[in-house]
Design a protein around this ligand. Structure first.
Ligand SMILES: [Zn+2]
Length: 252
């Protein structure tokens, strides 16, 4: 077993009674690595780096869940244990290296070790998200919350917020149209579906016909409470203005 019983589940539902027709998701919310994996052999300096989790994203997603009164499905384990926004066959579902960070505990994983990560981490996360979506009376919007590092291999990223979409671009484009002034917001940046980063949207929102978007925030904007408040406020206002009523299905 990867997770000891006292370490809890691989995924959690926050604000389960939320009444907004929005389901928030944060696949990279946690830096937790179960004791059985011995820190994945990470260097001390890397232990809470962006390779391990999306810095600030969990706090931002929780704040948005409060403001919107929406449920939030969040991963409770580091993406280096299993990246819940990747299918099991993706090469970076259990990455040996992320940008410059080596994860020795992921080197040469046996098929059995990979299967255990899938069944103990990925599958319960997928099941919790599916069950949460099934509970809505009105088809919800599915909104995933992520953060990206201010630099990539040393080069600054000149962007505050990215709005990414998979096959359904309705909500991403509507959000872009109501972008708050003072924020540099772009479509499909700093990544896009072509980079294999829209698994949750493709697996859960597109087949259900749910409006959906993946929101990427530069992590230095959400590294303290004031920043989290500011960005949560901006994103919640934008979502309020951009969401299609009844998920667009009852629109004339
Ligand atoms: Zn992420």
């Amino acid at each position: 077993m990867i997770l000891a019983p006292e370490e809890g589940a691989s995924a959690e539902l926050v604000n389960s009674g939320g009444t907004a027709p929005i389901c928030l998701v944060c696949e990279h919310a946690s830096a937790f690595i179960p004791a059985s994996l011995d820190g994945l052999g990470l260097a001390e300096a890397d232990r809470f780096s962006h390779a391990v989790w999306d810095i600030g994203a969990g706090a931002l997603a929780r704040r948005m869940a409060e403001r919107l009164d929406a449920p939030l499905v969040a991963a409770r384990l580091s993406r280096l244990v299993y990246d819940c926004n990747r299918p099991p066959e993706a090469p970076d579902a259990m990455p040996e290296k992320s940008e410059l960070v080596e994860a020795p505990g992921n080197h040469d994983l046996s098929p059995e070790a990979r299967a255990a990560r899938v069944s103990e981490v990925y599958a319960p996360f997928q099941a919790l998200l599916a069950a949460t979506l099934d509970r809505f009376e009105i088809p919800p919007a599915l909104v995933t919350i992520h953060s990206f590092s201010p630099t990539w291999f040393g080069v600054p990223r000149e962007l505050d917020i990215g709005l990414l979409h998979d096959a359904d671009d309705r909500l991403a484009k509507r959000l872009l149209a109501v972008a708050e002034p003072g924020l540099r917001i772009a479509l499909n940046a700093p990544y896009s579906a072509a980079d294999g980063v829209t698994h949750t949207l493709a697996a859960h929102a597109v087949p259900r016909g749910l409006q959906n978007v993946m929101i990427e925030v530069r992590s230095d904007l959400i590294e303290d409470e004031a920043g989290v408040d500011r960005i949560a406020g901006a994103l919640c206002r934008m979502l309020g203005a951009a969401l299609l009523p009844g998920n667009g299905k009852d629109a004339a």
